[in-house]
Every structure is written in structure tokens, then in C-alpha cells.
Design a protein around this ligand. Structure first.
Ligand code: NAD
Length: 281
């Protein structure tokens, strides 16, 4: 097992470095999160993506504490849940997340969803700015924001989020969002980068690209993301897959492979449409 995987960083628009590949822990129960995160840290991951709603910030924090890895080498992301949007409630929710994580700061704090029906993401973002100014989040950003939400947020606050974490995989390539992010200087972070391991990994064109390089379809998909410049946070609780998903820095897809994977885009979401997702409003 390699423990020295060289994960490159992207430089966020405030100068903070973020590993381009991290470990996602959605749907990992709190009492299993410590073990999964420990396995990932052992495999060389240094970035962990959790959220208040995942209810595993405590297990994630335990693994971070037990790892003995210097805090400055780690990149911890968590997210504000929808029901807590609003200025004061965000400040309280952030305190609670830090407490559960057992940390004095996070590296990235995200608004989990725009929740249009609540119409509170601008005030919420102002609370994130305060948290950032206090040094309790090294960078702040959003998740699941559509172009219309980003345009409004930047117009009303004058601030450009560092990151937008969106559903993105070969079957939902998000060209419009990626182009807007590039124009505004927002890092694109892909959630469900493997398409949740469902049909995507069996698609013959992808399997063919993987075979050509002697790699697995998951590794080929992760390479596609990395070569596009996306930040990726694949999830697995299986040690061999956790390792496999970080062993992607010693091969390269050629333009033909990139095109073959890009051709799989069908604009289909696995998750909700952010324009209509108002749970917790
Ligand atoms: P993913 O695309 O990372 O797929 C994970 C699934 O793929 C695993 O459960 C497993 O079944 C399979 N898998 C993983 N590695 C594999 C491999 N090497 N070979 C074959 N199958 C493999 O999906 P995800 O967990 O939905 O997304 C990753 C992370 O993104 C989450 O854990 C979470 O941190 C984040 N996320 C964020 C949001 C958001 O709203 N911001 C939503 C969903 C997920």
C-alpha cells in the first residue's frame, strides 16, 4: 500500500491550497466514519468532506485527532444544513460543527444548498464571511448553487465564493456551471464524482478507456475529472477501493480518451435539482 500518494493542490481564489482529491463521507454512519477516515488518511488522503447533515462530524474528527497528522497538513470541509440558514443560526450551527469535529477551525465551510424557497443564502453567506474573517474557516464557499444563485450572491455581497461543490460526473458534465466558475474564479468541486458507482462504471466506452490504461473504470473517471481541473471527493468504505481511488496520479488520459468520456454526458441528475430542493426551508 502506498502511503505517499502525491495529490496535487488547486489554489483557491483567496490563495488557500486545497488538495484536488479528497475523501467523501456521505452515508457513512458516525460509528463507522472514524474507521473509514482513518483508512483514507493511511492511504494518503489529506482532505475530508463531511457535513452537519451527514451526522458523522464526530467520527470524522476522532479519526483526524487519532491520526497524529499535523493539522496544517489536513483539509477538513463541512457544510451548513438548510434548516440553519440565516445569519445568527449559521453562526450557532458553525460552532456546533466545530464542537463535534473537535477542531478550532475548518479549512472550508460551505452552504450545503441554496434553498430558494427560504431566500436566506445571502444573509447566510454574510455569516460565513464573519467566520472566515475570524480565521475559523480558511475558505468559504457554496454547494449546489446554480448560475442564477452565484450571480445573485456575487452581485449582492461583492464576494466570490472560493468553491462551488456540485453534482458532476461524466453523465452530468455541467458545462455551463464549469464555464461560469472559470470566469468568476471559483473552484469546481465534483460530488458523486463516480456517479455513485451505479451504471456509469459499467458503460462500455468507459470500460474500454480504463482497459486501455490497465486501470479500473473508477480510476479512469477520476482521471477525467482531474485533467479537467475538478476537485474530486470519491467515497468508499472498502479499503481496497479507498486505495484504488487515490492511485490515479501515475497515468494520463489522452485527448481521445477525454473525448470518449465527455461523450457520455446526458445531463441526468442522480440528486435533486437545486432550483427545487427546499428541504429544511
Ligand atoms: P461517489 O460518486 O463517490 O460514489 C460512491 C460509491 O461508488 C460508493 O458508495 C461505492 O458504491 C462506489 N465506489 C466507490 N469507489 C469505487 C471503486 N473504486 N470501484 C467501484 N465502485 C466504487 O458518490 P457519493 O458518495 O454520492 O459522492 C462523494 C462525496 O460527495 C460524498 O461522500 C459527499 O462527501 C459528497 N456529496 C455532496 C453532496 C452535496 O450536496 N454537496 C451530495 C452528495 C455527495
Amino acid at each position: 500500500m502506498s502511503t505517499d500518494s502525491k495529490v496535487p493542490s488547486v489554489i483557491l481564489n483567496n490563495g488557500v491550497e486545497m488538495p484536488q482529491l479528497g475523501f467523501g463521507v456521505w452515508q457513512v454512519p458516525d460509528d463507522e466514519a472514524a474507521k473509514a477516515v482513518a483508512t483514507a488518511l493511511e492511504a494518503g488522503y489529506r482532505s475530508i468532506d463531511t457535513a452537519a447533515i451527514y451526522e458523522n462530524e464526530r467520527g470524522t474528527g476522532e479519526a483526524v485527532a487519532a491520526s497524529g497528522i499535523p493539522r496544517e497538513e489536513l483539509f477538513v470541509t463541512t457544510k451548513l444544513w438548510n434548516s440553519e440558514q440565516g445569519y445568527d443560526s449559521t453562526l450557532r450551527a458553525f460552532d456546533a460543527s466545530l464542537e463535534r469535529l473537535g477542531l478550532d477551525h475548518v479549512d472550508l465551510y460551505l452552504i450545503h444548498w441554496p434553498v430558494p424557497a427560504k431566500d436566506a443564502y445571502v444573509d447566510t453567506y454574510r455569516a460565513l464571511e464573519k467566520i472566515h474573517a475570524e480565521g475559523r474557516a480558511r475558505a468559504i464557499g457554496v454547494s449546489n448553487f446554480l448560475p442564477e444563485h452565484l450571480e445573485r450572491l456575487t452581485a449582492e455581497t461583492g464576494v466570490v465564493p472560493a468553491v462551488n461543490q456540485i453534482e458532476l460526473h461524466p453523465q452530468l458534465a455541467q458545462a455551463e456551471s464549469r464555464a461560469l466558475h472559470a470566469r468568476l474564479g471559483i473552484a469546481t468541486e465534483a460530488w458523486s464524482p463516480l456517479g455513485q458507482g451505479r451504471g456509469l462504471l459499467d458503460v462500455p466506452a468507459l470500460v474500454a478507456v480504463a482497459r486501455k490504461h490497465g486501470r479500473t473504470p473508477a480510476q479512469a473517471v477520476l482521471r477525467w475529472h482531474l485533467q479537467l481541473g475538478n476537485v474530486v471527493i470519491p467515497k468508499s468504505v472498502t479499503p481496497s477501493r479507498i486505495q484504488e481511488n487515490i492511485d490515479v496520479f501515475d497515468f494520463e488520459l489522452d485527448p481521445e480518451d477525454m473525448a470518449a468520456i465527455a461523450a457520455l454526458d446526458e445531463g441526468g441528475r442522480l440528486g435533486p435539482n437545486p432550483a427545487e430542493f427546499n428541504v429544511g426551508a
